[in-house]
Design a protein around this ligand. Structure first.
Ligand code: ATP
Length: 300
């Protein structure tokens, strides 16, 4: 199903082009990453998709509707980067209020609030006020709020920024679990995190869409990322290059090689690598199918 379509989307703030002729289409399904350096236009794109601001030029629709239209109420949710809860009211009061704004009765809203708090493992916090929550807990509550009414699209702007690893992991798990019901669009600077979650990546730079890549390999060539423990790096690189069906081998860090190869029999390359390591008494840390998001985006 078509989720979002943008055509020549442009947003000017005075002389500044925050978005410049951006065009793409996205399908519903696994989470989608929005990546780019500071000031690339990610928040501006999110704000347009949420209907908070209007584009200066171009067309955009989400689930076939104009962003912010009544038809999208309850179908599109967003977690802004700096989402804040009111310090004066308990979590359950605030989330129930949001649920009622979506048209639920007071009773249904309370049930829905309990459901979403359970999804983010925050049931015990229902009666607390925001001041008693840690940063990680506040983020989880904000995500719970975005999940009210089981929206079809959930936009998360920097959902794990500033969180400790345990809380960031928890949020990744929530996204993974809820991806059955909703398509998440996640803006983040953390490429490692995005490659764990997302299949499609939009890369924005200076307001322009530089790349739209799929992490799922459907091409005729495939990749293996080999991380070494101890080996003769140069000899290894040239020996791998001589293996049947290997197209290219290149170092991507001091202890990593990226191997591009033609599709071959299952585990053919892996077996050849293991033989090589055994024959030469070398050691490896990992043999991973695929390549990192960082390498996919910045390899050329
Ligand atoms: N309301 C505004 N008024 C003027 N300029 C703005 C406004 N909002 C954004 N900009 C400018 O537009 C550009 C894109 O900003 P945006 O916040 O969308 O980038 P971003 O990719 O989200 O950055 P970050 O990763 O730092 O959050 C920046 O140069 C920013 O200064």
């Amino acid at each position: 199903m078509m989720l979002i379509s943008c055509q020549n989307l442009t947003k000017n703030f005075g002389d500044k082009k925050a978005l410049n002729e951006v065009s793409f289409t996205l399908e519903a399904g696994t989470p989608i990453a929005l990546v780019g350096p500071n000031g690339a236009g990610k928040t501006t794109l999110f704000s347009i998709l949420c209907g908070y601001i209007l584009p200066s030029k171009g067309k955009v629709n989400i689930l076939g509707q104009q962003p912010g239209s009544r038809e999208l109420q309850g179908r599109v949710a967003a977690l802004p980067q700096d989402a804040l809860l009111d310090p004066n009211f308990s979590i359950i009061t605030q989330l129930s209020f949001f649920a009622q704004l979506q048209g639920m009765t007071a009773k249904a809203a309370k049930i829905e609030t309990k459901r979403v708090l359970e999804l983010v493992d925050m049931t015990e916090a229902a009666n607390l006020k925001p001041i008693s929550l840690s940063h990680g807990m506040s983020k989880r509550v904000a995500i719970a709020q975005a999940l009210i009414g089981q929206p079809e699209v959930v936009l998360l702007d920097e959902p794990t920024a500033g969180l400790d690893p345990a809380n960031a992991k928890k949020i990744r798990e929530i996204v993974q679990n809820q991806s059955i019901n909703s398509t998440f669009i996640i803006s983040s600077h953390n490429l490692d995190e995005l490659e764990k979650l997302c299949d499609t990546v939009l890369y924005l730079e200076s307001g322009q869409l530089q790349q739209s890549v799929s992490m799922q390999s459907e091409q005729s060539t495939e990749y293996i990322t080999l991380t070494l423990q101890q080996a003769d790096f140069e000899q290894l690189q040239s020996t791998i290059g001589a293996i049947d069906s290997v197209i290219n081998v290149k170092p991507i860090s001091h202890d990593q090689l990226l191997i591009e190869h033609n599709k071959s029999l299952p585990y053919y390359i892996e077996r050849a690598l293991l033989d090589l390591f055994e024959q030469n008494q070398w050691q490896y840390k990992s043999i991973l199918k695929g390549r990192t998001l960082e390498d996919t985006l910045f390899s050329n």
